[in-house]
Design a protein around this ligand. Structure first.
Ligand code: AMP
Ligand code: GLY
Length: 429
């Protein structure tokens, strides 16, 4: 078994969690992270290449004889990084450009779901503002308006009041708040029910459903305020019973993976289904073509198997033999964000207490938007850290995560204080 060089592409909390899990593998020798952050710098060699610089990343992987590359974010996947690496004879974990459309083009995802009879919100797709406006004007129920392209998780506007939907299509199609991601909009039925994220490894054919995780997308406590990339997670989610997960696999994952194979876009990588558990069963809100952030932080904090084995089994089409073991103890991840996020925020604030928090047992401090100058770690993004605690139950994991959070400080730090409460209330009521 020769030692392997691996490259992790991205620089957020997800990538720090991936690099941390890979560092535990006895088969990994060197980890590179492009561009990484102050956290990955502790366990990997950061490479100053942005995730969008596909040709430089390919050249780097060739030069360093990288045995396996793992792509964190969606943008390079949608740009075709996997196709480019494979054309250069390099092994890479993630879907092809054609398969990444399941996330990059919500209109394509909707059409494929319809074709494959995957349960999802009823939707209409528009390319012209006046047509979207005419349609929305006739509706008297709540709606959800989505920019069809990639918008860093922010291009979805939930409009319980139909009048807000008119403003939402104006923001997306006229004001161009999300740029060309808003060339096409989707106006869909407002679903109700608890949300659930299900990740599955898919090797083209075999589907391996991972343990569940639950995100908190809204900025404010009690799920109020604007949507963000995710303010915190817990895993496992009590609502994801075996019965629910079996239903998701049968009604959602199997038909969509089959449909993609038939559409000449076989899926290889991790497929993430964002679901709402409605009274009529699980319905898909979106598919993502990569690990969730911060879902990955709680999933990988609980993963006991070797992550490298699982990623290789996926890439090599050997998932049928995979063995995934989890720490039964739940994990809770609390995101510490820069004040102002997801709007305008300041960078460059010194962060204190990192080493003290990271030294605590059952606490992982995953860096997201951080960078180092000299010995000082500074804020460098909207989501700065994902402090993850483990405990015997979600309440204990939550307590541990916030004990970690309370050790850390930076000017303007913002956290939601209720991460995990939904699960705690569900299990106590
Ligand atoms: P998405 O990026 O499509 O998952 O949407 C972001 C968030 O918007 C989701 O996590 C939900 O909270 C909400 N959302 C999206 N679609 C719907 C829908 N059809 N009904 C209700 N809420 C939705
Ligand atoms: N946390 C939501 C996402 O990664 O899309």
């Amino acid at each position: 078994m020769s030692p392997m060089n691996v490259l992790v592409i991205g620089g957020g909390g997800r990538e720090h969690a991936i690099a941390t899990a890979l560092a535990r593998s006895p088969r990994v020798s060197t980890i590179y992270c492009a561009p990484g952050n102050a956290g990955t710098a502790e366990i990997a060699e950061n490479v100053p290449l942005s995730e969008g610089n596909l040709s430089a990343l390919t050249a780097f992987a060739k030069e360093k004889k990288i045995d396996l590359t793992i792509v964190g974010p969606e943008a390079p996947l949608c740009e075709g990084i996997v196709d480019q690496f494979q054309a250069a004879g390099l092994r890479i974990f993630g879907p092809s450009k054609a398969a990444a459309r399941i996330e990059g083009d919500k209109a394509y995802a909707k059409k494929l779901m319809k074709l494959a009879h995957v349960p999802t919100a009823e939707a209409r797709i528009f390319q012209h503002h006046d047509q979207a406006h005419d349609y929305v004007s006739t509706r008297d129920t709540g709606m959800v308006v989505k920019a069809a392209g990639l918008a860093a998780g922010k291009g979805v506007i939930v409009c319980p009041d139909p009048a807000d939907a008119l403003l939402a299509i104006e923001r997306i199609m006229i004001d161009r708040d999300f740029g060309e991601a808003g060339d096409t909009v989707i106006v869909e039925e407002l679903l109700k029910g608890p949300e659930l994220s299900v990740h599955a490894l898919v090797d083209g054919r075999t589907i391996y459903v991972l343990d569940s995780a639950q995100d908190h997308k809204a900025l404010g406590e009690g799920d109020t305020g604007p949507n963000t990339g995710g303010m915190g997670t817990y895993s496992p989610a009590p609502i994801a019973t075996e019965e629910v997960l079996a239903m998701v696999e049968r009604d959602v994952l199997v038909p969509i993976v089959d449909a993609m194979r038939q559409d000449d876009a076989p899926y290889c990588g991790v497929l993430y289904a964002g679901l709402m558990l409605t009274p009529a069963g699980p319905k898909v809100l979106e598919f993502n073509c990569r690990f969730g952030d911060p879902e990955t932080q709680v999933l990988l904090a609980r993963l006991e198997s070797d992550l490298l084995d699982l990623l290789e089994a996926t890439v090599d089409g050997k998932l049928a033999d995979a063995d995934v073991r989890w720490n039964p103890n739940p994990a809770v991840c609390v995101v510490m964000a820069s004040g102002g996020y997801p709007g305008i925020f300041h960078k460059g604030k010194p962060i204190t207490g990192l080493a003290e928090a990271a030294a605590m047992s059952d606490v992982h401090v995953y860096h997201a938007g951080t960078r180092k100058t000299g010995d000082q770690v500074l804020t460098n993004g909207g989501r700065v850290l994902g402090v993850t605690g483990l405990g015997q139950d979600i309440a204990a994991a939550k307590t541990r995560a916030y004990e970690g959070v309370n050790m850390i400080d930076f000017d303007g730090a913002y956290v939601r204080r209720d991460i995990g409460d939904k699960a705690i209330n569900a299990t106590t009521s």
